[in-house]
Design a binder for this molecule. Structure first.
Ligand SMILES: C[S@@+](CC[C@H](N)C(=O)[O-])C[C@H]1O[C@@H](n2cnc3c(N)ncnc32)[C@H](O)[C@@H]1O
Length: 230
């Protein structure tokens, strides 16, 4: 008993030496902090990797966060796009991000031309095929689940697009490779600072919003990069 009392009094040789407990607590906090930092860093690295690989992932949820949203072009605007592009029977029309397939189906129905709609969402492809069937143009149009940024557009005579500005910009290199005379028509969003050959505004009946349709005829004229300010 005497020994124990002595020990507690002096602290000699015991873990209760003055200053030992706070030092150990500090070490524990540092360790926790390092573990936390490692977890945050590896979590962020995984999230970044996942973000960059999810476009091709067949699960619908993450793609829906990343891709351009599904918003449809009103029928009057579809008509204006096809008119501005002067679509004719011999044309092959591609819709990049075709949604429910309304643009290529309308083109085939009105002009008897062929069309291909591309969309990354399988549900959109199902809807598009259903629409083609309902409108009796299955022999003229087809729909493929593909990422539009992987497409070779060389065969197309007309390209229709309704995608957000950052996607429009990303498409420019592919659009530069179009054959001369091909037409590009876009709903609401321009091709960055590439001046359109024509531009029309229209307001569908019963809508508050005005829509803009842009036309470019290939080869598109990409302005030279600005010299950096000295
Ligand atoms: C604004 S909607 C336009 C639908 C249709 N073109 C229209 O005008 O009614 C855009 C569509 O592009 C599709 N999309 C987004 N990113 C895509 C990608 N990288 N490749 C293919 N389709 C994509 C979306 O799933 C959506 O259906």
């Amino acid at each position: 008993m005497a020994d124990v009392r002595d020990d507690q009094t002096t602290g000699a040789g015991s873990s209760l030496a003055p200053g030992a407990a706070p030092a150990r607590a500090r070490r524990r906090w540092w360790l926790l902090l390092v573990v936390f930092a490692v977890l945050v860093a590896s979590g962020s690295a995984f999230a970044w990797w996942k973000f960059n690989h999810t476009v091709f992932d067949p699960t619908p949820l993450p793609r829906a966060w990343i891709n351009a949203p599904f918003v449809t072009t009103p029928p009057e605007v579809v008509d204006a796009m096809l008119e501005l592009a002067e679509v004719k029977e011999t044309d092959l029309v591609y819709d990049l991000g075709c949604g429910d397939g309304r643009i290529v189906v309308a083109a085939a129905e009105k002009f008897g031309c062929r069309g291909v709609g591309y969309d990354i969402e399988p549900e959109r492809i199902r809807e598009s095929r259903e629409r083609a069937k309902t409108h009796n143009v299955e022999d003229l149009v087809s729909f493929e689940q593909k990422d539009v940024f992987t497409l070779d557009l060389a065969q197309a005579d007309v390209i229709t697009i309704y995608l957000l500005p950052r996607y429009m910009k990303k498409l420019i290199p592919q659009l530069q490779a179009l054959k001369p005379g091909s037409r590009i028509v876009a709903h609401d969003f321009p091709l960055e600072d590439i001046p359109p050959d024509k531009k029309v505004r229209l307001q569908p009946a019963g809508e508050d919003n005005e829509h803009t349709v842009y036309l470019w005829v290939a080869p598109i004229k990409v302005p030279p990069a600005e010299a950096p300010a000295s």
